[in-house]
Design a protein around this ligand. Structure first.
Ligand SMILES: [Mg+2]
Length: 304
């Protein structure tokens, strides 16, 4: 059941709205803007009813803050306005509210608006998710990676945390496809994605399909040594899937990984990090594949 948040300083009005909606939705009410903002950040709501006139934060300010916050920016907001509030309505809609309801409410109108905007919200979430997910593997796609990498890289720089990025790919994948066919190749790509994501389970771990048989992963807060060993486990786990390949590298499907760990500095350029990771991947291939080669920015810390 979808969850609706009602933010209104009048408890009676909030409870009345709740009574109209509670048959079809889970409804949470609160009486202050500050509390409403905190509740909204929980990420569980599909719709917010927001009163414009409130003593602590007025509805417009709250609307702007909801839109500036990552967790809440896509939640549709319906404003609650008084009969004589034409200017308020206009301002609210300009600021990005999806709709408004006018006191005194007609239950039918309230329900109809809630149904419409929740349906639209579901569609929007579905398409946004689809646009960020790789269809074959179910992990993030390159578009999502591009957003995520820059955000996390800047964040790591701000907090002075080590930031790791690595690129890895399936060894002799063209040969695999030529031998076993593309459908089998697709299954291997999906199996590698599944294995890698089963290891990348910390909240800040990130894995995306970069293209073809190539993946990119990001890990924040781990020193170069630890990151190297973290990805060694993934390399080993893929080998131990024991998917037959019989390439010059191994009888099994294997991966090569190139990575780098650095604390982002002010004048650094993210793409240079990726370039180092790419060079490490090249080294891994030069050294015979099925291995992890890792750099701390100045020297290799692992990869034999
Ligand atoms: Mg009020």
């Amino acid at each position: 059941m979808d969850h609706i948040l009602v933010i209104d300083d009048s408890r009676a009005q909030a409870e009345y709205l709740k009574s109209i909606l509670v048959k079809d939705y889970d409804v949470t009410t609160c009486q202050s803007g500050e509390e409403g903002l905190n509740l909204a950040k929980s990420g569980q709501f599909s719709l917010i009813f927001l009163d414009i006139i409130m003593p602590d934060i007025d509805g417009f300010t709250l609307l702007r803050r909801l839109q500036e916050t990552m967790m809440t920016k896509y939640i549709p907001v319906i404003l609650i306005t008084g009969l004589s509030d034409v200017q308020h309505e206009e301002r609210g809609l300009t600021l990005g509210a999806v709709d408004y309801i006018t006191k005194p409410f007609s239950p039918i109108t309230v329900r109809a608006r809630a149904n419409t905007h929740i349906k639209l919200f579901r569609y929007q979430m579905h398409f946004m998710k689809q646009a960020m997910v790789d269809q074959l593997t179910g992990i993030a796609n390159r578009r999502r990676y591009k957003e995520y990498s820059i955000t996390k890289w800047r964040e790591a720089g701000r907090l002075g945390l080590p930031f790791s990025v690595c690129i890895f790919d399936i060894d002799k994948f063209k040969l695999y496809n030529d031998t076993f066919g593309h459908p089998a190749g697709d299954k291997v790509i999906a199996a590698v994605a599944k294995t890698a994501s089963s290891y990348l389970q910390r909240a800040t771990d990130f894995l995306a399909r970069y293209g073809g048989e190539e993946f990119v992963a990001i890990v924040v807060g781990m020193e170069a040594d630890a990151a190297f060993h973290y990805f060694q486990k993934i390399r080993k786990a893929v080998e131990e899937l024991h998917i037959p390949h019989n390439s010059p590298v191994s009888q099994w499907v294997t991966i090569s990984i190139g990575g780098v760990t650095l604390v982002p500095q002010n004048d650094d350029v993210y793409d240079n990090y990726l370039k180092i990771a790419d060079n490490m991947l090249y080294e891994a291939k030069e050294k015979g594949r099925n291995r992890v080669v890792w750099s701390n920015g100045t020297e290799q810390v692992g990869g034999n």
